[in-house]
Design a protein around this ligand. Structure first.
Ligand code: PMP
Length: 262
C-alpha cells in the first residue's frame, strides 16, 4: 500500500449463446500477471488463480463480468528492500464494466508523459497507474473522456488504459511503442484485422481517417475527437468492433481457443 508494489489484471467474461459464459484469453492475462508478480518476487500460481477466477464467477453468478485479480504482499518492514513475507491474492468479479466515453469518445493529448519502460516495465504494476490516474484526471478536468500519452519525440504511446490504432486509406495500423502495455486486445485486433504494427507520430494520427482505442474494458472504442480534430464516420472500426463482439461471445468458431468456459 505504501509503495504500490501490487500487481493486477483486468479480464472479462461474456455470456455465450449456449447459456453459459466464457473468459476471454484467460491464460494470456494470467501470464502477464505472473510477469508482473515476478518483478516483486511474489510467487504467482497461474493455475490456482485460474481456478479461483472461474470459482468466483460461478459463486457470484456472473456471466458478463469484469474480473479483477490483485496480488500483493506483506513485507514486515517499512524499508524499500521489500521481501514478500506474506503473499495475498484476491479476485473480484463485477457485473458492471467501466467503459470510456461511449460512442463519442473525446481524446486529448496529455501534458503528462507515460512511465518510460527504462524506469519501470510496461506491466500491470499498481504503482504504475498513478501515471494513468494523473493523466485521466487532467483530461477530464478539461472536458475530455480520455488522455493520450505521446513521447518527447512526438510518437504516440497509448492511452491511460487502452492501446491505439488508426485507419488510413483502408490500412489498419496498430501503434507500437516500447513504453506501452502489450495489450491482449491489441494482439487480438491485429489478428482479426491483419493490422500492421509500427511506431506512429501524433501528426500521423491526426491525419488518419479513423482512430480507435482498445482494451479489455474499452473493447474497440472509436475516437470522435482528438483535441481540435474531429473524426467522421468510422466504418472499419465499427466492423472490427462487431467482429470482436462475436469472437468474445463464442460466435466465431475459428477463435474458440481464446475462450475458457466458466
Ligand atoms: N494500456 C494500459 C495502460 C492498460 O491499462 C490496458 C488495460 N489493461 C491496456 C493498454 C489494454 O490492455 P488489454 O487489452 O490487455 O486489456
Amino acid at each position: 500500500m505504501h509503495y504500490g508494489t501490487a500487481v493486477f489484471e483486468g479480464i472479462r467474461s461474456y455470456a455465450t449463446a449456449d447459456g453459459g459464459a466464457a473468459v476471454f484469453r484467460l491464460p494470456e492475462h494470467m501470464e502477464r500477471m505472473r510477469k508482473g508478480a515476478d518483478m516483486f518476487g511474489i510467487e504467482f500460481d497461474a493455475e490456482r488463480a485460474t481456478q479461483a477466477t472461474l470459482a468466483t464467477l460461478r459463486a457470484n453468478g456472473h456471466r458478463d463480468a469484469y474480473i479483477r485479480p490483485l496480488t500483493w504482499m506483506g513485507t514486515g518492514s517499512i524499508g524499500l528492500d521489500v521481501d514478500p513475507l506474506t503473499q495475498h491474492l484476491m479476485i473480484a468479479t463485477m457485473a458492471k464494466v467501466v467503459h470510456l466515453g461511449g460512442a463519442r469518445t473525446r481524446l486529448t493529448v496529455s501534458p503528462w508523459k507515460r512511465n518510460p519502460a527504462t524506469s519501470m516495465p510496461p506491466l500491470k504494476l499498481s504503482g504504475a497507474y498513478v501515471n494513468s490516474i494523473l493523466a485521466k484526471r487532467e483530461a477530464k478536468q478539461r472536458g475530455f473522456d480520455e488522455a493520450l500519452f505521446t513521447d518527447d519525440k512526438g510518437y504516440v504511446v497509448e492511452c491511460t488504459g487502452a492501446n491505439v490504432f488508426m485507419v488510413k486509406n483502408g490500412v489498419v495500423t496498430s501503434v507500437d511503442h516500447r513504453d506501452a502495455l502489450p495489450g491482449i486486445t491489441r494482439d487480438t485486433m491485429i489478428e482479426l484485422s491483419g493490422a500492421e504494427s509500427r511506431e506512429v507520430t501524433l501528426h500521423e494520427l491526426l491525419d488518419a481517417d479513423e482512430v480507435f482505442v482498445c482494451g479489455t474494458a474499452a473493447e474497440a472504442t472509436a475516437i470522435a475527437v482528438l483535441d481540435r480534430r474531429e473524426f467522421g464516420d468510422n466504418p472499419v472500426t465499427r466492423e472490427l468492433a462487431a467482429l470482436y463482439g462475436r469472437v468474445v461471445r463464442g460466435q466465431e468458431a475459428r477463435y474458440a481457443s481464446w475462450l475458457t468456459a466458466v
